[in-house]
Design a protein around this ligand. Structure first.
Ligand code: B12
Ligand code: SF4
Ligand code: SF4
Length: 254
């Protein structure tokens, strides 16, 4: 059954497909898989190449490349889940690239319902690098994941056992937020401040300032570029202004 599923997913145009049993998925901080789907037994993890848009100095172009992957992956995830339900007789649920995400003070809006990096590692699609991202053996770091969780019994693919990181520290040096200084840990708040300046933190700072402002100052604040960017993020969704650790890594780039 695994090969029929792999071939269906590859036919959708995804770059790689891996399988992991629920037992092999070990993510220390994420909820148990059974909370997402009762009787969950396996994960089908899909890998997508990130375009060269991540090299662009133009933040709109760089983010638009990610939005392209997000739109494509949403369709692939849904079609694969339908295949598992209609052709393989299982129950299936989809796990998105990043959003929707639980937004609360407890999680700081920084914990997914399922950790796709740990899922990708369990499914043999790569290994963690110095930047705490998963490096794929061929695609390198320029890879984004989604997953479909199912109650079908699908054995895990072989894990990647080599160290794919060449320990050049280019990612550490390129991080404008100094979020990778400590090995094995991303300083999440430093990363978010730099990579999502118009996320929830930026919105809270702006509206706090607005609340304390005089009517004349409020008028000026509504013409401030910060407000215009928050306004756009408000309906387009989360916007990344940094792709440096992903784009700088030389692995898989010839
Ligand atoms: C919330 C989130 C963020 C938050 C918080 C990050 C965080 N703490 O994990 C912020 C905004 C900071 C963020 C930043 C980025 N993110 Co992000 N993010 C997510 C999201 C939605 C959830 C992550 C999560 O649940 N984390 C919480 C728990 C599970 O993680 P944790 O245990 O704290 O994670 C640590 C361990 O993994 C540890 N670690 C490192 N090595 C090892 C090895 C082992 C064996 C173990 C057990 C642990 C471990 O380091 C991690 C980071 O501190 C995922 C999508 C998803 N659903 O998984 C994408 C995701 C992780 N992000 C991704 C990317 C690409 C980015 C950015 C490059 C931004 C961008 N422009 O795209 C940066 C990279 C930051 C970095 N170098 O670490 C990709 C990673 C792809 C890849 N190749 O690995 C993901 C998987 C999205 C996707 N669908 O592909 N992200
Ligand atoms: S996304 Fe940017 S700020 Fe965040 S860890 Fe990567 S390089 Fe640093
Ligand atoms: S940039 Fe260098 S140190 Fe960082 S993950 Fe890639 S190979 Fe490893």
């Amino acid at each position: 059954m695994k090969e029929a599923i792999r071939s269906f997913a590859r036919g959708l145009g995804v770059d790689d497909v891996g399988f992991a049993t629920a037992d092999d998925y070990r993510s220390p901080r994420s909820p148990a898989l059974g909370e997402l789907l009762s009787g969950a037994r396996s994960l089908v993890v899909l890998a997508y190449r990130e375009l060269s848009t991540c090299d662009s100095e133009n933040p709109q172009i760089a983010m638009n490349g990610r939005m392209d992957v997000m739109a494509f992956s949403r369709s692939c995830n849904y079609r694969l889940a339908r295949f598992l339900e209609t052709e393989c007789g299982g129950r299936a649920i989809t796990v998105p690239v990043s959003y929707p995400l639980e937004m609360s003070e407890e999680t700081n809006g920084a914990v997914g319902d399922l950790s796709l990096r740990h899922a990708a590692v369990a499914a043999g699609l790569g290994a963690f690098g110095r930047h705490n991202l998963v490096i794929h053996p061929e695609l390198g770091t320029r890879v984004i994941f989604t997953a479909v969780l199912t109650d079908l019994n699908l054995p895990s693919d072989a894990a990647v056992t080599e160290d794919l990181c060449v320990h050049c520290d280019a990612c550490v040096a390129a991080c404008p937020g100094d979020a990778l200084a400590e090995e094995g840990r991303t300083d999440v708040m430093r990363c978010i401040r730099n990579s999502q300046p118009y996320g929830i933190g930026g919105a809270i700072r702006f509206w706090t300032e607005y609340g304390a402002a005089t009517p004349a100052e409020r008028k000026a604040l509504l013409r401030d570029p910060r407000y215009w960017k928050l306004y756009q993020a408000g309906f387009i969704g989360f916007q990344y202004f940094c792709f440096r650790c992903l784009a700088t890594c030389p692995v898989g780039r010839g």
